[in-house]
Design a protein around this ligand. Structure first.
Ligand code: ZN
Length: 184
């Protein structure tokens, strides 16, 4: 039931029970995307830093793996914080080498790289105090980037994979071939 409702953009809360609070709704939606969208809607800027950073990292790691973007592996905590920045730049150089059609979409990726939100998310001190409008714009850009690399057809929703390289057409594609790009 909840999976169906989520597809209609309903916000799902489970009714929980505990000794302390009796019957209650869970404080936070479980899905990280829902957390972000709920907090954006509420204007809860201080609750957005961590989930947006996690979402960005996860999405970038996934896109880079799907496009076989090579990145150097690093161990320590500080370098982990630098990860999104590095992944974005490696992704960019891979696109520049491989695809004219994706190159044409580069302004989306450049907006993320140049956003002061990215700097804020990755900064070493933990104060996170961006403007709500900037956060909304950043989230819109993240969604736009995602749309490039994941098929938007409801029956597919699959990522564009280098694994699906068509050696005759010289193109990469999603699961259903509605989303595809030139690639070399
Ligand atoms: Zn598709």
């Amino acid at each position: 039931m909840s999976q169906l409702a989520k597809r209609k953009n309903w916000l799902i809360n489970e009714i929980k029970w505990s000794d302390a609070s009796g019957t209650h709704l869970e404080d936070k939606p479980t899905d990280i995307r829902e957390i972000i969208e709920t907090n954006l809607a509420k204007g809860a800027v201080d609750l957005l830093g961590n989930p947006i950073r996690k979402y960005l990292e996860h999405t970038l790691k996934d896109i880079c793996a799907n496009l076989e973007v090579k990145v150097s592996f690093r161990m320590n905590e500080l370098n982990e914080k630098r990860m999104p920045d590095e992944l974005l730049n490696e992704l960019k150089s891979k696109i520049n080498k491989s695809s004219k059609e994706l190159q044409a979409q580069m302004p989306i990726i450049d907006r993320i790289i140049n956003s002061n939100i990215l700097g804020n998310l990755l900064s070493h001190d933990n104060r996170f105090s961006p403007k709500l409008g900037d956060l909304k714009a950043f989230w819109a850009d993240l969604n736009a980037m995602e749309k490039l690399f994941y098929c938007q057809d409801a029956a597919c929703k699959k990522p564009v994979l280098v694994k699906h390289y068509d050696t005759v057409k010289k193109r990469i594609r999603c699961g259903c071939d509605k989303t595809n790009y030139d690639w070399k």
